[in-house]
Ligand binder design. Structure first.
Ligand SMILES: Nc1nc2c(ncn2[C@@H]2O[C@H](COP(=O)(O)OP(=O)(O)OP(=O)(O)O)[C@@H](O)[C@H]2O)c(=O)[nH]1
Ligand SMILES: [Mg+2]
Length: 382
């Protein structure tokens, strides 16, 4: 199930202002010459990308959105004021579909991106425009262009903030079901999840002063070789590619391997699929810690091994619920920092080019996959 948000609205651009027919006047000579100005342009209606939003609920309060009409031209050649554009803020990933023409008008994918939905009417021309040597007192003018009404179907394909990468059975779906209202299938066999699930995690439940939420994507389990097409993972790696952060979900109770090896294998798969993953912040979710309730020393030694990686981690039990609150706050805080760093630099990517600028971009010890890798080549067996 892909999480989709759908709604319908009507947008109406502004009419163009009419051109004026008017003549300069003196007390004894009624018509000295034409002076009717042009009208103003009608306002356009746009969608504008806003990365703080993650649902279309903003569009549910109102059905109709109208931009301002242009004003008519004035005497003395004065141009009428243009109608104000109407900018409707929408989350990234919003697609506008014109239901009457049955065409996609476009998709908003970037912060601040403007998508034109309805073009304002053209301005009308005043009679001043029609004067010529043989036509000294024109009565012609043009009316303003009509407004345009567009009936839209608006669709939001949710772009997840955090993608859960993990081997089958790691507990990704269990985690999603515990922290969001999504209800994915959970079972003790691999490949339970066949298509990605998205869930909205509401921070309000933990702290009523936080109204933000974030979106988590649970994808089918990855296996070694997923990046070259093995298993189900391949097709779904592209979902992870669009997320802001990657969470590696690791079953720490799996005695056939170590969490560090699991992390390194997963990381290798993602990296072989796309170099983009190197730029994405990541962290580890050590799941199933309830299995060590009677053996805390074992958990400590696993943690020590993980600490050496220098990547942030959070310990949880998706089954029992341990650590989930901490995990939610951890993700929320990282996303907030990421947001403010993107807002202040506009684009996060170029600043990772050099070692120095990359370090500047590190967010409170929130290491990038790329950094980790460059400092630990070939150390997989430590
Ligand atoms: N003991 C324990 N078991 C867990 C925990 N989290 C998940 N499980 C169990 O692990 C098994 C797999 O859980 P899922 O959530 O389906 O795992 P998944 O990662 O989504 O698996 P795929 O969809 O196959 O990739 C289930 O039997 C869960 O009950 C946990 O914290 N502790
Ligand atoms: Mg699953």
């Amino acid at each position: 199930m892909i999480f989709k948000d759908l709604t319908q609205i009507t947008v109406i651009s502004g009419k163009g202002g009419a051109g004026l027919v008017s003549f300069k006047r003196a007390s004894n000579r009624p018509k000295l010459g034409p002076d009717g100005g042009d009208g103003g342009f009608g306002g356009n209606v746009y969608f504008v990308g806003n990365n703080q939003l993650n649902s279309l609920s903003v569009l549910r309060y109102k059905q109709e959105y109208k931009a301002e009409d242009g004003q008519r031209g004035g005497p003395n050649g004065r141009t009428g004021r243009n109608g104000k554009d109407l900018e409707i803020e929408v989350p990234l990933g919003t697609i506008a579909y014109d239901m009457d023409q049955q065409i996609v008008l476009g998709e908003v994918t970037e912060q601040g991106q403007k998508l034109l939905l309805a073009q304002g009417g053209k301005r009308g021309l005043g009679n001043i425009r029609f004067v010529s040597s043989t036509h000294q007192a024109p009565e012609e003018h043009t009316p303003g262009g009509e407004s345009v009404t567009v009936n839209l179907q608006v669709e939001l394909k949710l772009i997840a903030d955090v993608g859960l990468a993990g081997f089958p059975n790691a507990g990704k779906s269990s985690l999603l079901s515990r922290i969001s209202s999504a209800k994915p299938k959970i079972a003790d066999y691999p490949f339970t999840t066949l298509t990605p699930n998205l869930g909205v995690v509401d921070m309000y439940e933990e702290d009523s002063s936080i109204t933000n939420s974030f979106v988590i994507a649970d994808i089918p389990g990855l296996i070694e070789g997923a990046s070259s097409g093995r298993g189900l993972g391949f097709e779904f790696l592209r979902h992870l590619e669009r997320t802001k952060m990657i969470a590696y979900v690791i079953d720490v109770s799996d005695e056939s391997t170590t969490p560090r090896k699991v992390y390194e294998k997963l990381n290798k798969e993602l990296d072989s699929y796309s170099a983009k993953f190197q730029l994405k912040p990541s962290f580890l979710i050590l799941n199933k810690i309830d299995m060590f309730d009677s053996n805390p020393d074992k958990l400590s030694s696993i943690e020590n091994e993980i600490k050496n990686l220098g990547i942030p981690y959070v310990k949880i039990s998706a089954l029992v619920g341990t650590g989930l609150k901490e995990l939610k706050f951890f993700i929320y805080n990282q996303l907030e920092k990421l947001r403010s760093s993107i807002d202040s630099s506009d684009s996060i990517e170029p600043s990772y080019q050099t070692e120095e600028s990359r370090n500047e971009k590190l967010i409170d010890g929130f290491r990038l996959v790329a950094d980790m890798r460059s400092s630990t080549p070939g150390k997989t067996n430590e």
